[in-house]
Design a protein around this ligand. Structure first.
Ligand SMILES: Nc1ncnc2c1ncn2[C@@H]1O[C@H](COP(=O)(O)OP(=O)(O)OP(=O)(O)O)[C@@H](O)[C@H]1O
Ligand SMILES: [Mg+2]
Length: 365
């Protein structure tokens, strides 16, 4: 705050925090709004493995108390100064389905029909979940476009999160001393942070520890989502087996050398490349399913999540997919000192969810 602002009694513009509670690590990003821009104040990451008796980089399932304790540690370490947060909901704990329903114009009628239909797709009583939805706009042109006139059907994306899951998250962040004004399923936070293409379909690959989330975004909304039961910790395991070293050493080697770790002849059967090729094969199936059903081409793949930080992965993926592949750079949406740019670009994929949450929170101010 400048001296002049103080004299004029202007309030210091508030800072906000994005909190990503991942299965293997916590991530926080603190932003401040200045002259309408998002300014990066601090960020930090903490591996949860050690809090669960596992190695750093492994996926965990912690209690609210354990999450709160580790989050409090991270807030201290990262010198976070605000309490006002937006928090992620894990994709794995949410239900997302695309359903086709009879078209309704009137928002009230839409609500009634959607709530009725939702019961068919949600495996628990609707009173036990928080239900949300949006109507997917039909393609404007091309082979998938709806004929003009009043459509008969509408595609609706249903989103449900169990009340218990929200309660666990609420307890965790409150016990760490934060106040949260919203909880958002992580894929929506990522989209805000890393997808800029307004029209054409883009595939996002969020390579986490135990799973890889893959989803296709078209005109800003999710058109398809799928979870692949393999992630970056499988790379660590492969390196540990091929090099015959402990997991903790393999984790360090993976971060140092990326795809080149364990690439000797003995490592061929357990090479990082082999694991990634399986993950990408799963992603290609999702891509083809989308293209066949929508009759539209996916134009770009965005790599994100901690696994997206892997050295040389971008180049490898570019050779594998015959379309444009980019490694996510969410921090480019924030102002930061020039000398920090190289490091922010490098670690960016890991922080996509946290940046997306902080950006939404900033928009609330
Ligand atoms: N520099 C790096 N090179 C390679 N892998 C890395 C690097 N940094 C982190 N990882 C790996 O990324 C994984 C964690 O990714 P991320 O933080 O996105 O997972 P998460 O958010 O906890 O998991 P999820 O989203 O599935 O709940 C770990 O297995 C970690 O070893
Ligand atoms: Mg994650």
């Amino acid at each position: 705050m400048s001296f002049l602002d103080t004299l004029l009694g202007k309030k210091k513009e508030a800072s906000v925090l994005g909190v990503d509670i991942g299965s293997s690590s916590l991530k926080v990003v603190q932003l401040r709004k200045e002259h309408g821009k998002a300014v990066l104040e601090t960020y930090g990451e903490l591996a949860l493995g050690p809090y669960a008796g596992a190695v750093a980089g492994a996926a965990t399932a912690l209690s609210a108390e354990e999450i709160a304790a580790s989050l409090a540690d991270l807030l201290r370490e990262a010198k976070v100064t605000t309490k006002s947060a937006g928090v992620s909901i894990p994709f794995a704990r949410s239900l997302l389905v695309l359903v086709e329903l009879p078209y309704r114009d009137d928002p009230k009628e839409q609500k009634t029909i959607i709530e009725l239909e939702a019961r068919k797709y949600i495996p628990v009583p609707v009173s036990e979940v928080q239900l949300d939805w949006f109507v997917v706009p039909p393609p404007a042109e091309g082979p998938g476009a709806k004929p003009s006139g009043k459509p008969e059907k509408m595609e609706v994306f249903l989103i449900a999160v169990h009340n218990d899951e929200l309660a666990l998250l609420q307890r965790s962040v409150a016990a760490a001393g934060l106040t949260s004004s919203f909880f958002e399923i992580e894929i929506f936070s990522t989209i805000r942070a890393v997808v800029d293409e307004p029209v054409k379909p883009v595939m996002v690959l969020d390579i986490g520890a135990a799973t890889t989330k893959t989803y296709i975004v078209e005109r800003g909304v999710v058109a398809l989502s799928h979870s692949i039961a393999m992630g970056s910790h499988d790379i660590t395991r492969a390196i540990a087996v091929s090099e015959n070293i402990p997991l903790a050493r393999a984790e360090a080697l993976k971060k140092q050398e990326g795809l080149a770790a364990a690439d000797g002849p003995a490592g061929a059967e357990h090479s990082p490349e082999l694991v990634f090729s399986r993950i990408f094969a799963g992603a290609r199936r999702v891509l083809m399913q989308f293209e066949q059903s929508r009759k539209e081409a996916v134009t770009k793949v965005v790599l994100t999540g901690g696994g997206g930080v892997t050295r040389e992965l971008g180049t490898y993926a570019k050779n594998l997919f015959s379309i444009d592949v980019v490694v996510a750079d969410p921090f480019k949406k924030c102002e930061a000192p020039v000398f920090m740019r190289p490091i922010l670009e490098e670690i960016g994929p890991e922080f996509a969810v946290a940046v997306g949450l902080a950006l939404r929170k900033l928009a609330e101010l």
